[in-house]
Write a protein that binds this ligand. Structure first.
Ligand code: FE2
Length: 239
């Protein structure tokens, strides 16, 4: 599977708008670090939450265009947003005040790690009723979803699942890595992301994860979660 290219659907590359990249140069270095490990397409998904509200979508779009041009040839970039779950989200989506993934019906949503299952189902259902396709960000972080039956139930409601590549690699006793591998072996993950924030601590890390997936997972499934499913976002098609 050496030819496999990865589409990273979760990153904080837009500098100066959240707790991610702090400069254009840092963003370009992050892109290089990802590309060196096989990333060919990246969705820029700055946080949208009450914590980071000082930046308008216009500001984000302007910086995205600069970055997209500079990264051309190295990596294809798309714009989205990592939207923090709140009761205002469905209305804000309807009013066009939030950024969907590459302008599609797919929306990347983040919850509190301790969010209860009922609230997750409620938001997913509301979004699905409005014909959106919610993608739950880094599902390995949610306490309630340690039960894979609940992950399946959310998928049945119309949700899609994203996992952070760095969490898939880990030592033998690493509980998060064990959870991630189990979810992947059960085919419950639709998309992968680096969730990269900078060039020092939260860098793109995927080499180990790709090695493990190559060894343990069906090649067709790996191609789906690395590339083909992301094609569906870009073309705004159903999975
Ligand atoms: Fe993130």
């Amino acid at each position: 599977m050496e030819d496999i290219k990865v589409t990273d659907i979760h990153s904080h590359l837009i500098w100066g708008v959240d707790d991610g990249s702090r400069s254009l140069d840092m963003s370009l270095e992050m892109i290089r670090m990802g590309a060196a490990q096989g990333v060919s397409r990246i969705f820029c998904t700055p946080h949208f939450s009450s914590q980071f509200h000082a930046y308008t979508n216009e500001n984000i779009k302007r910086k995205f265009e600069i970055l997209r041009e500079k990264a051309a040839g190295e990596c294809e970039l798309y714009l989205g947003q990592e939207i923090f779950a709140g009761s205002e989200v469905p209305d804000m989506l309807r009013e066009g005040r939030l950024l969907t993934m590459a302008n599609s019906r797919y929306v990347l949503v983040e919850f509190y790690p301790w969010e209860n299952f009922y609230n997750m189902v409620k938001l997913v259902r509301e979004m699905v009723m409005d014909s959106y396709r919610p993608i739950l960000a880094h599902i390995e972080r949610y306490k309630e979803l340690s039960d894979l039956g609940k992950v399946e139930a959310l998928i049945e409601q119309g949700a899609y699942m994203q996992m952070n590549l760095s969490d898939i690699s880990g030592k033998f006793l690493d509980k998060t890595a064990a959870y991630c591998r189990n979810a992947l072996e059960n085919g419950l993950i639709h998309f992968l992301g680096t969730d990269m924030h900078d060039t020092a601590k939260r860098t793109p890390r995927l080499t180990e994860a790709l090695k493990w997936m190559d060894k343990k997972l069906d090649e067709d499934y790996v191609r789906d979660i690395c590339t083909r499913n992301a094609d569906k976002i870009i073309n705004d098609q159903r999975l």
